[in-house]
Design a binder for this molecule. Structure first.
Ligand code: GLY
Ligand code: MN
Ligand code: MN
Length: 437
């Protein structure tokens, strides 16, 4: 669990970063309706959770450096015993102060009345510019209210800044507490992949394997996947964001599973690909081994001081070389890489930041240069090869094979640590694990 102290420290760091003439404001995620009278399970916005640990809709937080009446002001729902009968516990104003460290708490309905006063005299307002909500319009409304009072000497903010800039830089570097949560998400997700691997048999349906994953997540207390699980048999593996999960598992096909649990707001993101009947065919094995080699060459480039693009470039080189070796590409290695010929079979990047969001926040470039890796960053390494079922450029025997191998990696002072290393990965490990079913 992230301690109240750590939430407090995050707010202090943000306050220091934005400086004393500024204010930051952020809105909680709204409840989302699935259909009439039924909501989706609530999930707080990651930025909001990161700063407040307050996981209720209809909430809004102000961060006001140096304010004598309190630097953290939270607007939320008042406690309503009648509402509690239907939906259970909510913090109310008292809980916001007592359990979430708010210096002041006000009813959400009073935001528009009180916000101009909170922002008066500050020159810069930070708010999230990526979020799709009405906050930008409201901020403008509060500024208009202040500007209308200019003749009586009131100073209105005149600079709007993306809160993402300072906040996402903070989120990019994971603390000990955050890494512990990611380890647990990884541990449970690894167990889920092992379970799915052992459960898979010809004749089953993809959703039955999805059920095995969810079973393992939920038994461990991790109530939600970090993203919809991809369980893709045979040619379905060539659909990168396949989530239908309804097809039959066929003898002789591969099964690609891309699934990870979320643990207290932190994600795991693992992909494994294995033969449904327990034995790779020669073509499957060749493609699989090539992706595995590409992953190994990418991992070699994960250490402090390496640039973000180095693992990807290494994977591309290994894949292209191997594809030429197998006859799937023809020509000279450097030319094929330069012309991006590999993109017919490998059309995504080798990884992304991983954290509270599965595709986590953080800049990949700094001043037009690929970013240097530093200890505390977490990322995925996930090369793949996808040979479209209708690809007439290659021999029939290769068509419809889709392989991705994805692990979660922490950059450490000495290099890196693979957080998901216990999920079977080599051909021998996979065939051995499936042999004991
Ligand atoms: N599961 C999404 C991804 O691998 O990026
Ligand atoms: Mn991923
Ligand atoms: Mn994934």
């Amino acid at each position: 669990m992230i301690s109240p102290r750590e939430f407090h420290t995050r707010r202090q760091r943000l306050l220091r970063r934005i400086g004393k003439n500024a204010a930051a404001v952020i809105a909680g995620a709204p409840a989302a309706q699935r259909n009439r009278d039924v909501d989706f399970p609530y999930r707080q916005n990651s930025d909001f959770h990161y700063l407040t640990g307050f996981d209720e809709p209809e909430s809004l937080a102000f961060f006001l450096p140096g304010r004598s009446d309190g630097e953290f002001v939270l607007f939320c729902r008042e406690y309503d015993p009648k509402q509690a009968v239907w939906t259970g516990h909510h913090a109310g104003l008292e809980g916001a102060r007592r359990d979430h460290g708010a210096d002041q708490a006000h009813p959400i309905g009073e935001v528009d009345k009180l916000a101009p006063g909170l922002l008066e005299g500050r020159t810069r307002i930070y708010f999230p510019m990526e979020a799709e909500n009405d906050l930008p319009a409201r901020v403008q409304g509060w500024i208009r209210t202040l500007r209308a009072k200019a003749r009586s000497g009131v100073k209105a903010p005149d600079e709007l800044v993306a809160l993402e800039k300072p906040l996402h830089e903070m989120r990019l570097f994971k603390s000990k507490g955050e890494i512990a949560l990611m380890r647990e998400a990884a541990r449970v997700s690894v167990a889920a992949h092992r379970r799915a691997l052992r459960a898979s048999r010809p004749g089953m349906r993809e959703y039955q394997i999805e059920a095995e994953l969810l079973h393992e997540f939920t038994l461990a207390g991790l109530r939600a996947p970090a993203y919809p699980s991809i369980v893709a048999a045979g040619r379905n593996a060539c659909v990168l964001h396949y989530t239908e999960n309804g097809a039959e598992l066929k003898d002789g096909d591969l099964l690609l599973i891309d699934a990870g649990a979320e643990h207290e707001y932190y994600a795991a993101d693992i992909t494994r690909t294995f033969p449904i009947n327990g034995r790779f065919s020669p073509e499957q094995r060749a493609i699989y081994q090539l992706v595995l080699d590409a992953q190994a060459s990418a991992l070699e480039h994960i250490r402090p001081g390496a640039r973000w693009n180095e693992p990807h470039d290494a994977a591309v080189r290994t894949l292209t070389k191997g594809l030429i070796g197998l006859g799937l590409l023809k020509g000279k290695l450097d030319k094929q890489i330069e012309r991006e010929k590999y993109k017919r079979f490998f059309m995504h990047r080798t990884g992304h930041w991983l954290g509270m969001d599965v595709h986590d926040v953080g800049d990949y470039k700094v001043e037009d240069e690929w970013r240097l890796l530093e200890p505390g960053m977490t990322l995925t390494v996930e090369p793949g090869l996808y040979i479209a079922p209708d690809c007439d450029k290659v021999d029939k025997k290769w068509r419809g094979i889709g392989v991705r191998i994805e692990d979660d990696v922490l950059v450490t002072p000495a290099g890196h640590e693979v957080l998901t290393a216990d999920a079977p990965k080599t051909v021998a490990e996979i065939e051995a694990c499936m042999g004991t079913r």
